[in-house]
Write a protein that binds this ligand. Sequence first.
Ligand code: SF4
Length: 348
Amino acid sequence: MTGPALDQPNENGRSGTVAGLPALRILLAAPRGFCAGVDRAIQIVELALLKHGPPVYVRHEIVHNRFVVDSLKAKGAVFVDELSDVPETTQPVIFSAHGVAKSVPADAKARNLVSIDATCPLVLKVHNEAKRHFEDGREIVLIGHARHPEVVGTMGQLPAGAVHLIETEDDARRFMPRDPERLAFVTQTTLSVDDTAAMVEILKARFPGIAGPMKEDICYATTNRQAAVKAIAARIDALLVVGAPYSSNSVRLVEVAERAGCSRSFLVQRATDIPWDKLDGITSLGITAGASAPEVLVDEVIDAFRGRFDVTVEIVTNAEENVIFNIPRELRDVAPAPARAPQSKSGR
Ligand code: SF4
């Protein structure tokens, strides 16, 4: 990760002030928005539609964003809660970026359904770590949020009882392993970096022999977006995080900003959610977006402020991202090469 750097301010296409409108400086955090795993998952659905024609079935929201889901629905994707909701068909069924329990592809195979796995490779890496620890005879602690699809998928890689979920520091203090010498931890990829580090520290202090990754399994995109928010938190009167309320990494960005001293931090799905009554008197505003929020929604939010303020935009870049994941082999014949870049460049 590189240190904080200021990009050239965007002059908003105007010089001088807009008569009658108060000035507002928007600090646009970078990186923000789509990560490589989300970008890949959306491409997988689009390419499957191109190759097979509609409908293609998608188990769960492909990524946690209503706008993205609705856009794909309009193109012919059919979202289902469970595999049992997919009819007998030769059309493919796609598993979401969050990953699925082992039983899901097994059920698909048993029904002769054609499945395509859009699980993020960084989530698959956690699945593989958990399986390796299990094969080594270790009891596994998963740090994560109960019922989140990624946690359900990771726990579902192993037999019931093999993985213990820890959600809080208190959980980490109370956890009693069968054998402290045969213990390992893995984590959800979209957690708070600071909270997770605290839980890992407690576990390591209690069980010095615990095996695990060098730090944790929080992915580069989650880490970078949280660091980018910390980099602007002291300079802003309020922060808007564009993202869904059920998007773990988006919710974490609000918490990170609050802890970094920006008490007026809000999650908005799009411009209609902007809490104008809570933004009285602001002269500076931070904007970021969770890893599943498209840049078009960030632009929409900025445009809403242009209607009420004389806006200038400053992009504050805290890290460069150039991660791109390969798409599955079965779709490469219809894929453009190379895959499109994950980080949008909009700063208007
Ligand atoms: S947030 Fe991280 S783990 Fe999740 S899809 Fe994006 S890159 Fe993959």
